[in-house]
Design a protein around this ligand. Sequence first.
Ligand code: AR6
Length: 167
Amino acid sequence: MISVQVGDITRLEVDAIVNAANNSLLGGGGVDGAIHRAAGPGLREECENVGGCPTGEARATGGHGLTAKIVIHAVGPVWSGGSRGESGLLESCYRHCLELALEKGVRTIAFPAISTGAYGFPKSEAARIALTTMRAYESSFTEIIACCFSEEDAEIYRRARDEVVGN
Ligand code: AR6
């Protein structure tokens, strides 16, 4: 099942949450900052040993102080007009997260809207990419949550879901 929810991803009771990280994996603002704050310093220490992550890929760590046992750190593309392969990189990000989650035995997973904050990816297109990729893996999980930070963002996901399902 894929569900669209509004809330703070750090508070969700799921096996794994996805972080919208940067190449260093050493923390930042937005959802990345919230996850590191909620998880505590152990997460940063573990991330230091991972050694970064290329754009379009993901790396897994423990959840430390979070309810979620696993954090999957995904590095989305910075939007620079759409002609630099941003859509393919965003799709690759979601796919890497879901493959990594399967490897780790994750049954329930929550995603933020990767790349749509500081990285400026257009929200509707990002939601279509997220939901299309989630759908391809839907049957392998108990629940995949698209965790939106505002009701407006959730509305964008609901509209995108109608389009994706309609296709
Ligand atoms: N729970 C759920 N969603 C959230 C939360 C939260 N607690 N906080 C923010 N969001 P962004 P990006 C939403 O900027 O665009 C960082 O500095 C937010 O409203 O966090 O991938 C990293 O270190 C937006 O919809 O991630 C990178 O340098 C979404 O999360 C860079 O920002 C993503 O916004 C990554 O930028």
